[in-house]
Design a protein around this ligand. Sequence first.
Ligand code: SF4
Length: 510
Amino acid sequence: MPKHCPSVSGVVQNHDEFLKSRRPVQLLEAERPDRMEEACGVFAVLAAEQPVANLAYFGLYALQHRGQESAGIAVFNQGKVRLHKDMGLVSQVFDQDVLARMPGHLAIGHNRYSTTGSSRVCNAQPVVLMTRLGAFALAHNGNLVNASELRHAVDDGQAEFTSTTDSELIAFALQQAVDRGLDWQAAIRAALDLCKGAFSLVIGTPSGLFAIRDGHGIRPLVFGFLGDQDSGQWVVSSESCGLEIIGAHYVDDVQPGEIVHFNIGVSTPDRQRWSEQPNRLCVFEMIYFSRPDSRFFGESLYSYRQRIGQTLARESGVDADLVIGVPDSGIPAAIGFSQASGIPYGDGLIKNRYVGRTFIQPTQAMREAGIRVKLNPLPDVLSGKRVIVIDDSIVRGTTSRKLVVALREAGATEVHMRISSPPVTHPCFYGIDTDTQDQLIAAQLTLEEIEQQLKVDSLAYLSKEGMVEAAKAESSHFCTACFDGDYPIPMDRDVLASKLMLEPAGIAGR
Ligand code: SF4
């Protein structure tokens, strides 16, 4: 498989080069959140004599930041599968009565934010299907880039689709492979061979639990054990914070291209590689998506984010009186910036923790009202100060613009914005909900134009080198496509054309 998508082989090295090559498209104000949004968390527990539904509830609770539209848990008990899923947060979908009706030895859980398929209860996960070997439950984090091709492959005239998700298509591919006579392991391999894109999967079966990552490992997935090391009680989670909340001990990441098979009471899982590809973990998991207390490459993301703040200070220092961070994701980088620059850190913005993420508000007008509800500047801290404000990214710039106005109204005499990631110039196709390219401000405007648009005294982004070199992993280990267009997985032409509006003429439509 080629390393880069042939249709976007013109990998862009820097922002100015990209801007010179783009086709002009009018900036649109769409009714969309001004954030990159995560696209699901998955969780699984395999343990005899444990309240697996309750444990899955807490695991999903720790992963709530990865998706807030719907939640679901499927529990296996004596050959039967009980499923409960609905729209809303984990704490809204489940209560003690529901969980008490879900005894069993294996639970599969899912939090959803939609990337393929609309936000409806029929698209909530896990997906549960019946086969000749019994029922299975599948939960998926990621996004396929060949969903229409896969739908064609699995639509045998008898498949009864109940959702519009790519995850259900993976489940149908698995069901059909089992019903052709394959065992679970072989059927999973056959289904995966039909899938192209990003996927971290947990699959509960009558024959135990399977945890799988796509060949590049774009979305994270980790596993650990409950109790003693040889207890044979296994937990799989999108992030390590899901293990810690239920007292499970981290063992390892599910490696890119790996199928890990856990059997109840068996102290060593069976690990097999089904795909050999270069590792390309989503670098935005490091910068923003994953929780700061989750561990990647042997350390918490809090440490990584502090280090990129230090790098940002060295790359783009400016004379000022105060460093503040946009809560919560900008705080570790702001502390790092303060450490490296010697400029005091302060809490200039107070977040109302009881307001949901702005994206659940359906209209632009409501979101505009919402930002001041969610973040309130502190005049006592900001008044008369030259302020450096650190945020993790800028997508469309509308939120940043309002934030700068609010800081000035609170008395800041200068506002210098520093961003702990490079300019976002390309959309994501691998499970993160981004705008089309014509709505990304850095795909439209030069640095000076963005400064004017945001009404800041100065603006600087972290360099791509600074971003990857601060990680305790090889710099080639990451997907950085939304910063440079270097897409690791080839995509169908129609998928590309749907979002790449500004590529040099001919590329998106090829
Ligand atoms: S394109 Fe960006 S958001 Fe998407 S997987 Fe790659 S780095 Fe992550």
